[in-house]
Design a protein around this ligand. Structure first.
Ligand code: NAP
Length: 314
């Protein structure tokens, strides 16, 4: 079968389409024939030699990717939840070696959900790492409740556009930051208060927010505390909560933490319910064939992607 091997840390030209052996399912695993995968900024950071590169390289060759949607072709011992022929999707083995840039992927059954029949493989593949992050941060870490005020930075991006939809689904009032080009897009998703971070200072405009989701970091993390109420929670997904932020948050009675998404079939099933009923809809701004995966990397590397980008194998 074909897979994209990262020949060494570096640029997108190091992504090499090669023939490797088919994976076999271990106990508790299934193997799926992949229809679509999605690309995330962590793929880029790891490709360059940062983020998860060192740990993946220990179990090399390095095959990037974690987000898959496909059909099960083999079932390992001890798997009760799925059968051959089931269409499934999920974020596989994150933050371990997902090896999703491949025609066939071995995945723990516990990381997958059945794909809703009314959702395409492209849409399902998109609704994985980024959507799980939004779900786990808002619902599990911050205990999002109806009527709360939620500030979502980078609201037009992969994580952000899911976070907006989840927060609205729970009945929150949502403020979102993006550049002016994304104003209509975010209003279409239901954002109540759009803030153009290139021309406006959100700290002068927002008060008493309950929850902040921070995919930006730097001084955005620290300044976000000024928009929050005591008892609120700020969650940074880019390690933005460092010592000065901790100190300032503690002084204001705000809980601030960093968070890293984890693979979870249970959470994937919650996302599958929202997808099936239409409460969650991924925006697929770019799609690429498998052989053009380097271009998918170049796109996400711009830092200006709207919604998600997907790579299709079939
Ligand atoms: N810890 C975790 O578990 C976890 C999980 C997922 C992602 N992450 C990290 O979170 C970050 C975002 O991930 P993603 O998938 O959402 O990325 P993405 O899809 O590439 O985000 C792109 C979006 O960011 C917006 N943006 C860029 N700079 C901004 C700023 N200063 N203020 C507001 N918006 C800004 C852009 O909007 P404009 O074009 O309008 O500027 C664009 O729509 C990445 O660093 C990623 O590695 C961490």
């Amino acid at each position: 079968m074909k897979a994209i091997i990262l020949t060494s840390a570096g640029g997108p030209e190091n992504l090499s389409l090669q023939d490797i052996e088919m994976p076999q399912p271990k106990e508790g695993e299934v193997v799926l024939q992949v229809h679509s995968i999605s690309i995330n900024p962590v793929d880029i950071k790891t490709r360059k030699g940062g983020s998860l590169y060192a740990s993946l390289n220990e179990s090399g060759p390095v095959i990037l990717g974690w987000d898959v949607s496909g059909v099960i072709t083999a079932v390992g011992t001890g798997v009760q939840a799925f059968r051959e022929g089931d269409a499934v999707f999920g974020m596989v083995n994150f933050p371990g070696h997902g090896r999703a840039y491949a025609e066939n992927v071995a995945a723990p059954a516990a990381h997958l959900s059945l794909k809703p029949a009314n959702v395409s493989h492209e849409e399902a593949a998109a609704t994985t790492l980024a959507a799980l992050t939004a779900w786990q941060v808002l619902v599990q870490q911050a205990n999002l409740q109806k009527g709360q005020q939620v500030l979502i930075h980078a609201a037009a991006g992969g994580v952000g556009h899911f976070a907006v939809q989840i927060a609205k689904h729970f009945g929150a009032t949502v403020a979102g930051t993006a550049s002016a080009a994304n104003e209509a897009f975010l209003e279409g998703l239901g954002v109540d208060r759009f803030i153009d971070y290139t021309t406006q200072d959100f700290t002068g405009l927002l008060r008493d927010f309950d929850i902040v989701l921070d995919p930006v970091g730097g001084d955005t993390t620290l300044r976000s505390l000024d928009a929050m109420k005591p008892g609120g929670m700020l969650v940074s997904i880019v390690g933005g909560v460092k010592e000065p932020v901790q100190r300032s948050a503690a002084a204001k009675g705000i809980l601030a933490k960093n968070y890293l998404v984890q693979s979870s079939g249970d959470d994937m099933r919650q996302l599958a319910i929202l997808l099936a009923e239409g409460s969650l809809k991924p925006t697929l701004s770019h799609q690429y064939p498998f052989a053009a995966i380097a271009n998918a990397h170049r796109q996400i590397e711009t830092g200006r992607t709207r919604g998600k980008i997907v790579v299709n194998l079939t």
